[in-house]
Design a protein. Structure first.
Length: 95
C-alpha cells in the first residue's frame, strides 16, 4: 500500500498539467460525466483524453465506474480531502 507521501506525490504530479486541472474542475462541477462527455467538453483527441483521464484515475483524484458500455467519472472526494489537508498544513507551517 502506498504511503501518504507517495499518494500526495502522485496527485500533485497529475495536477501539474493545465488540461488535467481543467478536466478535474469540469468533472467536479458536473458531479458525474462519461468519458464521451469529457471528450466533447475538452475538445481533445480520444487517445489524448484517455491518457489524461487515466493519469487522474491512477492518481486517485477521479473515480471511474463501468456502467454498461460507458465509464462514469466522478471526483474522488477522499483524495481531494487528503490533498486539501496537506495544503492546509503547509499554510499553517508558513504562518
Amino acid at each position: 500500500m502506498p504511503s501518504s507521501e507517495d499518494r500526495l506525490v502522485k496527485m500533485i504530479k497529475a495536477l501539474a498539467d493545465p488540461t488535467r486541472i481543467r478536466l478535474l474542475q469540469e468533472i467536479a462541477r458536473r458531479k458525474r460525466l462519461t468519458c464521451t462527455e469529457v471528450g466533447e467538453i475538452a475538445d481533445l483527441a480520444q487517445p489524448t483524453m484517455s491518457h489524461h483521464i487515466k493519469l487522474l484515475v491512477d492518481a486517485g483524484l477521479v473515480n471511474a465506474e463501468k456502467d454498461g458500455r460507458h465509464v462514469i467519472l466522478s471526483v474522488n472526494k477522499d483524495s481531494i480531502e487528503e490533498l486539501s489537508v496537506f495544503v492546509k498544513k503547509l499554510r499553517n507551517v508558513s504562518d
